[in-house]
Design a protein around this ligand. Structure first.
Ligand SMILES: [Zn+2]
Length: 101
């Protein structure tokens, strides 16, 4: 997607999706691209893979060893889980403020 709002603001939403799904099962780049597309977020692999790598570098995800880059799986770490817990509260608060029910 070429809308600049995607990178600027939606980047955070994509990361929340990733954290949430990685907390439930190992996630793969391709699977994640499809998952985001189902929510109407058309993200390119060139955007997603660096996000996954960066989240792993920050200690929120752990990459499964070896395999090709495109087949690398990611799981949430305890640090990621703690972050997700905080973010869940913050997102609920924001949702409430934005007029959600
Ligand atoms: Zn999702």
């Amino acid at each position: 997607m070429n809308d600049p709002a995607d990178r600027e603001i939606r980047l955070a939403l994509w990361k929340l999706h990733i954290l949430h799904h990685a907390a439930r099962h190992e996630v793969y780049g391709l699977w994640m691209l499809h998952e985001l597309a189902e929510h109407g977020h058309i993200v390119s692999p060139g955007t997603l893979y660096p996000i996954l790598a960066r989240m792993a570098r920050n200690g929120w995800l752990a990459a499964s060893p070896a395999k090709a880059k495109t087949r690398r799986g990611y799981r949430i770490t305890p640090k990621g889980r703690a972050l997700l817990k905080q973010l869940r509260t913050e997102v609920a608060e924001l949702h409430h403020e934005l007029g959600g029910r």
